[in-house]
Write a protein that binds this ligand. Structure first.
Ligand code: BGC
Length: 377
């Protein structure tokens, strides 16, 4: 009788424990048979179920938005080679900037048994449904380079600080104007990135913290008056659209004026703006940039583009794989550097520092990047 009683107590205790490990509104438990509960936790707020590891040769999915700028093409190659080298089976795909394609790709990664899905979203707010399905299957979801918005199905984001990037772009523009365009006031125009990309409004916001006071005190003049992100944004980060907007700004507002500088959110847009300016008979305006694309590294070296920002893909991919390895080993998510509100939850951000590059520091900046260093001859 005594034995029967203790057996009953044990059974009910196990039932309570199992129920306690179930899905939480925040995060689903990983559906893994190797799951082991662990006492230690680096992120105390993380549910215990996240502590379970998975097989060392598990499938890892990587869903990239497109390969339209050099950073994404580098990520595509590096994820394939580095994940395989770490012993994982990698499914790396890009969605050609199309939301439905990316949704289908993520669904198929879930069906293929991925344990972690890394996502650079085409549109930061259009993946909620598909990622919630993935989370319900116990899959970890890591944002790569871009935030994923309006969903709880996100475990963290690895990125170069996006507001800081914008601040650096604004500062580089001002420094370049003072260095190359004499005394102000300076005539400038503002460009933003693709509005679906959560980085784009942040880059712009960061830059405006630096530029707005200079607009207010008259040091710089946005001749077109187009100072809102919605007016400055470039649909889909499409360089041709940026060039067309620059053409019409120049013909509409600069037929009798010099343009001194342009805030550019990345290198492709900077090159489009510089090309349009040259075609309109303008001197090369000072621009900011981003990505340190090969073509821009050459343009900076040849004094055709003033600045860019280095955010090395190698560092970003390596950091992401470090997190995947921690999850695989059952160590849980490493502690993030900061958190940000994605509309539904505070998301942990693994933040890396962006670096401004001009002709002055370009050799030091790429001292460990033989490919780019080779271009500086
Ligand atoms: C990335 C940039 C890139 C842009 C367009 C952004 O989210 O941070 O590096 O230039 O997307 O592809």
């Amino acid at each position: 009788m005594k034995k029967l009683l203790s057996l009953l107590i044990m059974v009910s205790l196990i039932t309570v424990m199992v129920a306690g490990c179930g899905k939480t509104p925040e995060r689903a438990e990983p559906a893994t048979t190797e799951a082991e509960s662990s006492e230690s936790s680096e992120t105390p707020e993380a549910p215990a179920a996240e502590e379970a590891g998975f097989a060392a040769d598990a499938v890892i999915g990587v869903a990239l938005p497109w390969l339209g700028t050099q950073n994404w093409a580098e990520a595509d190659e590096m994820f394939k080679s580095k994940l395989e080298a770490a012993g994982f089976k990698a499914i790396v795909q890009h969605a050609d900037n199309k939301v439905p394609t990316q949704q289908q790709q993520i669904e198929s990664m879930v069906q293929n048994g991925a344990k972690v899905i890394v996502v650079g979203p085409v549109d930061g707010s259009q993946l909620g449904g598909v990622l919630e399905e993935a989370a319900a299957a116990g899959i970890f979801i890591i944002g790569y380079d871009r935030l994923i918005e309006n969903t709880t199905a996100i475990d963290g984001v690895v990125q170069f600080d996006s507001i800081k990037t914008g601040v650096l772009q604004g500062e580089a523009l001002l420094t370049g104007l003072a260095a190359q365009k004499g005394e102000g006031p300076y005539n400038i125009e503002l460009f933003g990135g693709g509005p679906a990309d959560p980085n784009a409004p942040n880059f712009f916001k960061g830059a405006m913290t630096v530029l707005q006071p200079k607009i207010d005190d008259g040091t710089i003049v946005v001749v077109s008056g187009q100072t809102d992100f919605t007016q400055a944004a470039t649909l889909d980060w499409d360089n041709a659209k940026a060039q067309a907007r620059m053409d019409s700004l120049l013909s509409g507002f600069y037929s009798d004026k010099e343009i001194h500088g342009v805030l550019c959110p990345n290198d492709g847009i900077a090159r489009a703006v510089i090309t349009a300016s040259g075609q309109a008979g303008q001197e090369t305006p000072v621009t900011s940039g981003l990505d340190a694309e090969n073509e821009t590294v050459t343009w900076i070296w040849e004094d055709r583009q003033y600045s860019t920002i280095a955010k090395p893909t190698d560092t970003l991919v390596s950091k992401t794989i470090e997190i995947i390895k921690a999850l695989q080993a059952g160590n849980g998510l490493p502690a993030p550097d900061e958190t940000t509100d994605n509309g539904m939850k505070e998301v942990g951000i693994y933040a890396l520092p962006p670096l401004v590059v001009t002709k002055e520091n370009i050799k030091e900046a790429f001292a460990n990047d033989p490919g780019r260093l080779e271009l500086l001859k």
